[in-house]
Design a protein around this ligand. Sequence first.
Ligand code: SF4
Length: 397
Amino acid sequence: MSGNKPFGHCIDTMKINLSYRGVEQGPIRPPSEAHSLLIRVTRNCPWNQCTFCPLYKDEKFSIRPVEDIKRDIDTIARHIGRLRELAGGTGELAGDAVRRLHAQLEPEEQPGFEAALHWFVGGMESVFLQDANSLVVKPPRLMEILTHLKAHFPGIRRITSYARSQIIAKIEDEELRALREAGLDRLHIGMESGSDTVLQQVKKGATKAIHITAGRKVIQAGMELSEYYMPGLGGQDHSREHALESAAALNQIGPHFIRLRTLAIPRTTALFAAYQAGRFRKCTELMVVAEIRLFLQQLNGIDSMIKSDHSLNLFPTLEGRLPQDKARMLQLLEDFLAAAPERQRLYQIGRRCGLLGQPGDLDNPILSSQVEQVCCSLGVTAANVDPITDALMQRLI
Ligand code: SF4
């Protein structure tokens, strides 16, 4: 039997080696993490049931071994070292030299190099832990990863991750504080709605009470909190409740950031099937604007930052700090809702085509004429503007 021991040990080692696929990158990150280094801690989503979400649907969830993640970090550190050498004292990278370095690498090394290059060029300030819910990793293991990251890159200013309220609510306060001390600075939570009706309808797997508990725990642990609200998610039937209850939940949480991410319905989702079958009555774009106005009106007693940094939002400039910027933000919505229908349509189409960034851009005659041409070629009318904007938004999902 003793002869089996080294053989068994070899198999274990092989298993570990075989599980490592090189530096991995997951499919998404929040828009605010565009310059971050992406470190994939888990693969896919452990919940995977939200009816509006097209991500990870046929993908199995797994937690990556800590050793593999550390190897990713070591590899990134090695590439960063090469890039620093290449940049020399100037800190500037010559494109040709980078291309030559890239071409010398084995194919399996290239994703790690590309991740390191992206981070180097972006200033190496922040790291985002992927995928959908890194806090399913046991706190001591997550701390080991955070410590390894900080040891290699002591200059990191921010480490963030997505997390689900359901999981956060179950983590001990001391563990959350320890994660904060180990370097986890900010969590992004997809609250989506504060309405229990809507949350149940879209199978979010959390209630308003759980969202409030989880959000407060994150803040008490000393982390920054970013909560997502999804305008339109209640459909026509629950739009008002969705706005009121979401604002009420956020008023109790007081997150650092409230991020808008307007509903678009990917064709592969259960929500799309409900929409086609008439079980979900989607809001028109004007209804969504009115819903956001109601939502904003109801946000009180908090000093959160409103961010509109998702490409699906109609108004990228609907941003500001509460309470001081509330009136300005509301005015933007009031002005749009009071505008002539023709101007509303032009802005909707212009924004969805990427020609306009704010309603005032329509005062630019060149931009306005370009949008008019697009509307003409698409045959936009009052009756079809919403299906056309829906189709344009599908390209952004
Ligand atoms: S928790 Fe997030 S990633 Fe998972 S199904 Fe829901 S929206 Fe999608």
